[in-house]
Design a protein around this ligand. Structure first.
Ligand SMILES: [Zn+2]
Length: 128
């Protein structure tokens, strides 16, 4: 049997349970510092019990953007990819150069943020 590696949070070094699907996931406390390119805090969740990734700005939780494939944002000013964990829940991992981010929406750059705001506004989600 292969040895199961230990895991510590890439943000703060806290020891965490190793997850082979998400080998570098952040701990909850670091995840709680996730922010967009303007430094505005973000919150994440599942759309329903059966899954689906949703996010919102922490100061505007009513305007949730639902069913997104993934979210690129920042933890401690470094890019991370937020995605749906395989068995429910939401997971954040460092976004490294070789990582596939698919169609993840980009909240980590000013340009990406402007695009997201515009598309949410046109979808009538009342973003301000
Ligand atoms: Zn941490």
């Amino acid at each position: 049997m292969a040895e199961i590696p230990g895991h510590h949070c890439p943000g703060c070094g806290n020891r965490l349970k190793f997850n082979p699907r998400h080998p570098w996931h952040f701990c909850g406390a670091c995840f709680g510092r996730a922010a967009d390119a303007d430094g505005r805090r973000l919150v994440f969740g599942n759309v329903s019990l059966s899954g689906g990734l949703a996010w919102a700005w922490a100061d505007d939780p009513e305007h949730r953007d639902k069913e997104v494939p993934g979210i690129v944002c920042l933890i401690d000013a470094r890019p991370v990819l937020v995605s749906e964990a395989r068995f429910g829940g939401v997971v954040a991992e460092p976004l490294t150069a070789g990582m596939k981010k698919g169609n993840a929406i980009d909240l980590a750059s000013k340009g990406g943020l402007a695009k997201v705001r515009a598309s949410m506004r046109s979808a009538g989600k009342g973003v301000h």
